[in-house]
Design a protein around this ligand. Structure first.
Ligand code: SF4
Ligand code: SF4
Length: 447
């Protein structure tokens, strides 16, 4: 275990960072600090004041575990903001300023932190779970990302995708608009795609990752909903589940992107908005959208896994036995640690008779795949991401399972990328697709 106090030396190593806009150096720092202060409340202050520098969060973080580099200690990742808090608003702030104990940061120093706040943090929350003082370190890192965005210091990939999504509803250009791709997936998989119905009980969204990489998962969603005879619809103007501004730290953009989906859900008077197999979309919509929208949402937000488990309980989802061999399952961080969606996938697997062999660290203690929080999209982060994911691949191997399942398409893509990089012999599969392949009749469900 390291201690937080040792982290400073390693952080002196220079790293590349991206800038947006033409702000002067002082203005960047002032914007960052104002952005941090804007999010910063009594709770965050209490969190920063409570740290006892025990270093336990380091042992929870796969980036630290893989490298043993003290700069990857989770609480160290918010150090500039901690220093700014002490200098500007902590209980000894006047003394710190008077005696010059805490000098103001430079924009370059702040830019160095882009690597720690974005490239080496998945916002996975494992450090928050482990901290003996109950400090939600991941929430502090998320707040620090907001400040970096305000200062024009977000990684370019995340910034550009967020800007594109705010403008057009999808995070990047595609040869065909996603609406047309969605309909094409329906035609090629022989499944009806409910689109732009004026009213429905359920609104469906789709991960951009599935549209681009896993069209069979999109077809699986439509097939399962049709099997249950649910009144549902996709909406052309509210299709994409992911929120790239959530990754980039742009709060107003995040609100605008969420609002697009909320307004479509309101327009068709749904009771439930379904987040498909995507962990961060779930956090952005279920836990943050109402606050940004400024009022409670008059519909429920549910991840497809928890929705299907409830439908199974209600007898509306019928499943038959899957000859799947021994399987293991990767719990997406945002579902288990923020949403407590631990039992739902296991219930669905049991209903299909799947023999589940758990990873050593599963459920709330599962390690991240390494790609969450936008890290998968940051190109320069790839070497570190591969180091961080190695132990996860080993855990999967140690189960001896033949089938490796998950319920987040970005986790799936991260593992697929790891498969190519490491020449790994496992292929990550979608739980939703497994379900769609084992829809049963009422008689089969009873037997
Ligand atoms: S585990 Fe908690 S108290 Fe210990 S160093 Fe990390 S943030 Fe501070
Ligand atoms: S949220 Fe996850 S990736 Fe980020 S510092 Fe904490 S444990 Fe590490």
């Amino acid at each position: 275990m390291n201690t937080v106090a040792t982290a400073g030396a390693a952080a002196a190593v220079k790293t590349a960072f991206d800038r947006q806009g033409a702000l002067g150096e002082d203005a960047r720092v002032d914007r960052a600090m104002a952005g941090f202060a804007c999010d910063f409340g009594a709770l965050s202050a209490l969190r920063l004041e409570s740290c006892i520098h025990c270093g336990m969060c380091a042992d929870a973080c796969h980036f630290y575990i893989a490298t043993e580099d003290p700069q990857y200690t989770p609480i160290w990742k918010v150090e500039p903001f901690k220093q700014a808090y002490k200098r500007e608003s902590g209980p000894f702030a006047p003394l710190f300023r008077l005696f010059g104990f805490k000098r103001k940061l430079t924009a370059d120093e702040l830019g160095q932190w882009q690597h720690l706040l974005f490239d080496s943090c998945n916002l996975c929350g494992r450090c928050s779970l482990i901290c003996p003082m109950g400090i939600d370190v991941a929430a502090l890192i998320e707040q620090a990302r907001h400040a970096m965005f305000e200062a024009g210091l977000a990684p370019k990939e995340l910034y550009e995708k967020a800007a594109h999504q705010k403008r057009t509803g999808q995070p990047e250009d595609s040869a065909e608009p996603y609406r047309d791709k969605l309909l094409a997936i329906g035609r090629s998989h022989g499944v009806d795609i409910p689109l732009d119905k004026p009213e429905a009980d359920v609104m469906l969204t789709v991960p951009r990752t599935d549209i681009e990489h896993y069209p069979e998962a999109v077809a699986a969603l439509a097939r399962v909903m049709s099997h249950m005879n649910v009144s549902c619809t996709f909406r052309s103007d509210g299709l994409v589940a992911e929120n790239y501004a959530y990754y980039a730290g742009g709060r107003e953009w995040q609100r605008d992107i969420s609002r697009r989906l909320i307004e479509q859900a309101l327009a068709c008077k749904v009771k439930v908005l379904i987040v498909p197999e995507c962990g961060h979309a779930y956090s952005a919509l279920r836990w943050e959208a109402a606050e940004l929208y400024g009022r409670p949402l008059p519909f429920k937000v549910r991840h497809i896994t928890e929705y299907l488990a409830a439908q199974l309980d209600a007898g509306k989802l019928r499943l038959r036995q899957a000859a799947n061999g021994v399987s293991t399952f990767h719990d997406p961080c945002q579902l288990v640690r923020k949403g407590g969606v631990t039992e739902s996938p296991r219930k669905l697997l049991r209903a299909m008779g799947v023999e589940l062999r758990e990873l050593d660290d599963h459920g709330a203690f599962a390690f991240c795949c390494g790609g969450g929080g936008g890290v998968l999209d940051i190109q320069r982060a790839a070497p570190l991401r591969y180091r961080a994911m190695e132990s996860k691949l080993r855990e999967v191997d140690q189960t001896g399972a033949q089938t490796f399942l998950t319920s987040c398409s970005d986790c799936r893509r991260t593992f697929d990328d790891g498969k190519r990089h490491f020449n790994w012999d496992k292929t990550p599969q979608s739980l939703l697709e497994l379900i769609a392949d084992h829809l049963g009749s009422a008689q089969e469900a009873r037997s």
